[in-house]
Design a protein around this ligand. Sequence first.
Ligand code: SME
Length: 155
Amino acid sequence: MDSAQKRKKYQNITKSIAAVTAGEENIIAKMATISCLLKSEFDYYYWCGFYLVDKVKQNQLVIGPYQGTLGCLRIPFGKGVCGVAAKSEQTQVVENVHELENHIACDAASTSEIVVPLMINGELHAVLDVDSTDVASFNDVDKQALENILKLAFT
Ligand code: SME
């Protein structure tokens, strides 16, 4: 899919997400809705979901709402792409996770990945993780659009 097509699809799905989550304050309900809408919109999304900052175990992510194959239950901060995104609070885009040493393979089919931190009032609450079975599925269009969706839906 070229960047113009991607942009158009993200524009549409952003509107749907805003409409469906309007007025909802429960963050789990919003995460479940966002995972479902994004996964059904994009053919290259193989796994799409949230890891939550665990309130009990420090510096750990724990699985939240997702769509796709079985995800790992816990990820320590700093481990894997999700853990790096959580620790750095910066979006990570990886073209091929099989070339990374610091990668957690929950499903060997996952190849490229984007992980976007969810910040609410300056505090990290979760990360949004999206995996594709193809190399280099994600670029700056995905990054900008997903960061924008999280900002719109959670602030
Ligand atoms: N591959 C991820 C772990 C999460 S799963 O892919 C669902 C990572 O390295 O953080």
